[in-house]
Design a binder for this molecule. Sequence first.
Ligand code: ZN
Length: 243
Amino acid sequence: MRVAIISDIHANRQALEAVLEQAGAARCDEVWCLGDIVGYGADPEACVGLIRAHADLCLAGNHDLGVTGALSVEAFSDVARRAAIWTAGVISARTREFLASLAPAGERDPVSLYHGSARDPVWEYVITPQQAELAMAAQEHRISLVGHTHVPVAFQRRDGERAVGGARREGEQLELGLGRWLLNPGSVGQPRDGDPRAAWLELDADRWTASFRRVGYDVSGAARAIRAAGLPEALAERLHAGQ
Ligand code: ZN
């Protein structure tokens, strides 16, 4: 079975459509989403609709929880808080109910899924090998998939050794047969590694390999929609820079 791992869509419909099309062309059998469907971008209703139609498994991210009110937006940055309040005002009751039904952690043995990490499924950013080592020690299964940082990474830890790994580029392929792993597909709708293209991860759950994928999308269209919605200008600009 091939699975498209996606995360941090952030209401970017143009990016999500491009990723779902590429995942379909790659003959992925399932789609697993690691959370933050909404927040920042201008198309939360359409993105939740696409996720409901296509995702076989979906987690809640901190932005989804902020929009439903399950999490206080007081801890959010000013821009994130403004976007969450705007989103809460435009989504339908059905979309709100769907977001409220999601949890920030899940599993598909031998894979654990968290929006942040096993130690803190909502908030922890796993960036360094040290953080990855602690997160891997806490994860339930051998392989974990996390989102939240918007940067594609992979870390591995073999028995008795330190965790190794870091950022990953398009086309890198990993053999996941040995040791513990922590993988982040990067962000569909707001990449922050300097590459503006939408990021996702193709997981082969028969051969246990993973490939980092990127796909170009209509960045200008997504940025225009953010401006038309009256959301902060910085949210439109950062899409062009991939930051
Ligand atoms: Zn996010």
